[in-house]
Design a protein. Sequence first.
Length: 276
Amino acid sequence: MPELPEVESVRRGLATLLVGKTVTAVHTNWEKVLVGGLDAFNQALTGQTVTAIDRRGKYLLIRFSNATTLISHLRMEGKYQVVAASEPMHRFVHVWFDLDDGAQLRYHDMRKFGRMQLVATGTEMQVGGLATIGPEPNPESFTVADFEAKLARHHKAIKSVLLDQSTVAGIGNIYADESLWRAQIHPETPADQLSHEEAVKLHDVVIDLLAQAITLGGTSVHTFVDATGKRGGFQNELKVYGRTGEPCERCGTAIQKIKVGQRGTHFCPHCQVRKD
DNA sequence: AGCTGCTCCTGGTCGC
DNA sequence: TGCGACCAGGAGCAGC
């Protein structure tokens, strides 16, 4: 599932494939993906040129020459590809954009969870999840002080607080589990019970982990590929996610899987000791 | 205000 | 073999 490193990989691919191209028509076979409906997309985008591809958290921001921004969230399974219009259409392609050079930008989403929304460029941070999104996971934006203040306001499981996009942008289920294993914190620990040392450790781990995952092109579990069709490399670095029953790399204890806030959660019961 | 639980989707897996 | 139950889950929302 695309989390920040995967969305960043998609952004980089789209930047090379799409900038400078002009949309000549938009099509869909599942209109719910297009917030506001297909007609609005055709009216806003036909004849417009892609000027840049940005990203905030897990949201892609496709910029057009008429000061329109297409906000795209891939959710669970969304993927983009740019191919010749003559290529056979896969059954899970739900939105496709004709381009002026005979290519098509295709949006593929088996579960139909992803959404696209149009806004005036500059107003995107007022819309939906972007209105409450937290800092990007880099040392300049994401400070220990703000993180600790957030933790102090919540008594629910630390994993749930990491998944809250207003804490820090871009963490999903995989990187939440991986961060907590690296910081040696039990995922059910109440957020307000973390020590200062644990909060600092977790903060630093989150920044380093996401940066490393971006460098490796993201994590390909299930079906993730970037816009150029490339798989990521971070799946080889996973220590707990998808490793239920396998020995912990640090201590050899079998990795356990539990539910935390309705999410499948992987951890080492020996290295990540619960406290409340 | 904080938190839980439900909804959207469908392919894959499992048990009978 | 066929079928139904259940699982995976990000974000938005209702409701307590």
